[in-house]
Design a protein around this ligand. Structure first.
Ligand SMILES: NC(=O)c1ccc[n+]([C@@H]2O[C@H](COP(=O)([O-])OP(=O)(O)OC[C@H]3O[C@@H](n4cnc5c(N)ncnc54)[C@H](OP(=O)(O)O)[C@@H]3O)[C@@H](O)[C@H]2O)c1
Length: 312
């Protein structure tokens, strides 16, 4: 089987974060069926995908999109106001639909440390959902991802070029990263093509953990300009003071701020089995590689200088 023979249902994949995953599957030649309430928007975003109108919160819609596929790639929508319930309810409907269509493999993108609750809505939703999937009777694989490199760095290039990495937490905390582009390659090549179902969760993360100070240094090296994260004071406290307003308005920040607070206290690391333990031959993108790609001219200059040095 090649990746061109694969058909994948993409559920919960019409939001802003998942478009890199869908594009990655399509680039590998996988036929992708995306479920979306607003199909026109998604069809113009991914013209090669088949877009099916429907909601992930309707089991019958999920059953339609997952009927006869080689696997379903599932993401769940972040609940606002730090509440796990909307995300858990969406997952419950997805499981019900997948059971109805007798889905052969459910692949879920989760978070590090989802084996226990943390008192943070976004994380605790994944803890609940992982347990529901594991007891659903569906064949499954769960990828616990670190902070997405494409989400935290790429859209902020302008600010980085002005010398700021906006991450106002304790600079000694350590974080674990995942390149989103590794996910479709792994799911298509290592799981679906080989019809390998793991029936477990594992950490799908790049090697090593990095403190905020390490990231400041790596960003500065990759860009050639001094890039600093702001000190926790005053930004973190200003946002904390505004939390009741975000909560009232039900904005994304109402759920992101409790996560930032958690990061400030604990960072984002986990000692569980990771992809290199289970798939030693699969190469994950390192943080250094990803950051170098953000400033391609500088990386090309460095490579040319190295070639010149080697020739001498
Ligand atoms: N590891 C990291 O660094 C990181 C970073 C950011 C996000 N994430 C995670 O990525 C996941 C997805 O984030 P996202 O921002 O792309 O997702 P999102 O905008 O919250 O939505 C994802 C999907 O949920 C559907 N959806 C949302 N509300 C719905 C509703 N009321 N009824 C039916 N469907 C609904 C959307 O479908 P429609 O198109 O039909 O609306 C979309 O396909 C979250 O679980 C988040 O925690 C992880």
């Amino acid at each position: 089987m090649t990746t061109n023979d694969l058909t994948l249902a993409a559920v919960g994949c019409s939001g802003p974060v998942s478009q890199i995953f869908v594009a990655g599957f399509l680039e590998l030649g996988v036929k992708v069926r995306v479920l979306a309430r607003n199909p026109d928007r998604i069809a113009s975003r991914h013209p090669e995908a088949e877009v099916i109108q429907g909601s992930m919160t309707e089991p019958a819609d999920v059953a339609r999109v997952t009927e006869g596929v080689d696997g379903a790639f599932v993401m769940t929508p972040m609940g606002m106001r730090n509440r796990p319930a909307p995300e858990v309810d969406a997952a419950r409907a997805v499981i019900e639909g997948a059971q109805a269509s007798k889905l052969s493999h459910l692949v879920y993108t989760s978070v590090l440390g989802a084996d226990r609750p943390h008192g943070v809505g976004i994380l605790d939703a994944k803890f609940e959902i992982e347990r529901m999937i594991a007891s659903s009777g569906l064949p499954y694989s769960i990828l616990r991802c670190g902070t997405y490199m494409e989400d935290i760095f790429d859209p902020n290039l302008k600010r980085l070029n002005e010398g700021t990495f906006f991450f106002p937490v304790n600079k000694d905390r350590r974080f674990t990263y995942t390149s989103q582009r590794d996910v479709p390659r792994f799911v298509a090549e290592e799981l679906l093509k080989k019809t390998k179902v793991l029936n477990r969760s594992f950490n799908f993360v790049a090697p090593d953990t990095y403190s905020v100070r390490d990231v400041e240094r790596l960003l500065s090296e990759a860009s050639g300009i001094a890039i600093k994260a702001p000190f926790k004071f005053p930004t973190f406290y200003v946002f904390s003071a505004l939390q009741p307003l975000f909560h009232l308005a039900g904005r994304r920040f109402s759920s992101i701020l409790p996560l930032v607070r958690h990061f400030d206290r604990h960072g984002y690391t986990d000692a569980g089995d990771d992809v290199q333990d289970l798939f030693p031959d699969f190469r994950m993108t390192t943080l250094e590689e990803h950051l170098r790609k953000l400033w391609p001219e500088r990386a090309a200059g460095r490579a040319a200088a190295k070639r010149e040095g080697d020739e001498r």
